[in-house]
Design a protein around this ligand. Structure first.
Ligand code: NAD
Ligand code: IPM
Ligand code: MN
Length: 369
């Protein structure tokens, strides 16, 4: 049987730096666990714009549709801020999400014991935290029409974006959340602003409908998203699975990142409908961006991207066992005090560069055999 295929899109800024370490981890699984992938690499974001004048070449889009999974680093950077929206690096990522129809973005936030002291919150608030944010990823205000910047009637301008959700869009992401909850602690909290937005009212009603008709055994609660942001920092362990829209999910997941210690720790999986082989269409990427402030300095934490590959092992390649090995290895390395700069607190540790963290993880993978 052919090896499973993996398309790697390192992107911009720290994207290629963290992806170099992921490539080493992928090679390790080939050499030591017989898990071989057909890996191809291509450009996305600013890197693609520089070469092709577009943040995602049609050939790359076509390749992404064919492979078993896509792994992406990060896109964007100040150099591209002046570009028109249609060719900004971020459009490349948004096009991948939209055309692959990756509607369910799984953003787990787990606080490893070794980092419980390091979070900006008190240790007892975050120790043992394990929550899953399910962010709707292909609709809402990110894609709603009309959008644009237009002249207004007073000689000024008006900026327009439209929040729009259909019944089907809400129901399918709600199902993803309930399915995940069944395999976790059986609790879903849905977040919107039903107090001020019609789309929020529909969101709440449709999530409730899916619950009542398909998942009555799962505990469901609803919360306004502003309160949700507050509750996430007040008492995050009250949550198991959170399901929310595209924009709220973007913001709440960055907030959840700090519960784990650093944005450099948070992986994600963006999943769509099942392909012919029964596995979902999928793109895996860290939650963080291209971090222009530290790019090119060997400071980036590669763990979010490495854990994104672990999610690929679990959700695309049916190797939950090897995903667990990789996650446990990362936890072990952190417990040993190995720290990239973003994880370095007053209690100290062994300071390492991006590749130093890769070295430590590879050594610990060897030790896991
Ligand atoms: P960012 O996530 O790039 O950085 C925010 C802060 O977190 C920075 O201080 C950065 O140094 C730090 N950080 C992020 N990842 C880190 C890591 N792995 N290790 C250590 N520190 C890390 O967000 P931003 O600065 O708001 O955005 C920069 C660019 O990235 C923008 O162009 C934005 O559009 C883009 N972006 C892309 C993605 C993506 O590709 N998925 C996600 C978010 C932002
Ligand atoms: C993310 C990013 C993206 C988003 C940008 C880069 C398009 O912030 O993946 O969290 O807003 O979805
Ligand atoms: Mn974001």
């Amino acid at each position: 049987m052919a090896n499973p295929s993996l398309l790697i899109l390192p992107g911009d800024g720290i994207g290629p730096e963290v992806m170099t370490e992921v490539r080493r981890v992928i090679d390790w699984f080939g050499a030591k666990r017989g898990l071989n992938f057909d890996v191809s690499e291509d450009l996305v974001g600013g890197a693609a714009y520089d070469k092709y004048g577009t943040p995602l070449h049609d050939d790359t889009m076509a390749k992404a549709q064919e492979v078993d999974a896509v792994l992406l680093g990060a896109v964007g950077g100040p150099k591209y801020d002046v570009l028109d929206f249609s060719v900004k690096p971020e459009r490349g990522l948004l096009r991948l999400r939209k055309e692959m129809d990756l509607y369910a973005n799984l953003r787990p936030a787990q606080c490893f014991d070794a980092l419980a002291d390091f979070s900006s919150l008190k240790k007892d608030v975050v120790a043992g935290l394990d929550i899953m944010i399910v962010r709707e990823l292909t609709s809402g205000i990110y894609f709603g029409e009309p959008r644009g910047i237009y002249p207004d009637n007073e000689g000024g301008r008006v900026g327009v974006n439209t929040q729009r959700y259909t019944t089907d869009e809400i129901r399918r992401v709600a199902r993803s959340a309930f399915e995940l909850a069944k395999r976790r602690n059986n609790k879903v909290c849905s977040m919107e602003k039903a107090n001020v937005m019609e789309s929020g009212v529909l969101w709440r009603e449709e999530v409730q409908w899916v619950h009542d008709n398909e998942y009555p055994e799962v505990e469901l609660s609803h919360m306004y998203a502003d309160n949700g942001a507050m509750q996430l920092v007040r008492n995050p362990k009250q949550f198991d699975v959170i399901v929310t829209d595209n924009l709220f999910g973007d913001i709440l997941s960055d907030c959840a990142a700090m519960l784990t210690g650093s944005l450099g720790m948070l992986p994600s999986a963006s999943l769509g409908a099942p392909m012919a082989n029964g596995r979902p269409k999928a793109l895996y990427e860290p939650v963080h961006g291209s971090a222009p402030d530290i790019a090119g300095q060997g400071k980036a934490n590669p763990i979010a991207c490495i854990l994104s590959f672990a999610m690929a092992l679990r959700y695309s390649f049916d190797r939950g066992d090897e995903a667990a090995r990789l996650e446990a290895t990362v936890e072990k390395v952190l417990a040993d005090g190995v720290r990239t700069a973003d994880l370095m607190g007053p209690e100290g540790g062994v300071p390492v560069s991006t590749s130093g963290m890769g070295d430590a993880i590879l050594a610990a993978l060897d030790a896991s055999l």
